[in-house]
Write a protein that binds this ligand. Sequence first.
Ligand SMILES: O=C(O)CC1=CCC(=O)O1
Length: 96
Amino acid sequence: MLFQVEMDVRVPPDFAPEKLERLKVEEKARCHALMTSGKWRHIWRVAGRYANLSIFDVESPAELHELLSTLPLFALMEIRVAALCHHPSSIRDDDR
Ligand SMILES: O=C(O)CC1=CCC(=O)O1
């Protein structure tokens, strides 16, 4: 199942910079591991915002929740999810 996931990172002004840097390093490593596994298919930076637009390919909404809620930056993110279906006009057969 494909899901569009939009993650906005909201860092409180008093958040310790060294803790933020550590979480970013951990987040990047987790992202790379999930991209290698094929579960996190794509990630783009949303221009002008500390946000990303990602595509996940998972078995269920429950699996997506498990992956998102265990991301290192989860507590600092606002996340929106949209379930995706294959479009009848798409010429990309693997986009389902
Ligand atoms: O910088 C972000 O958008 C948050 C994030 C998600 C995966 C990653 O490496 O950073």
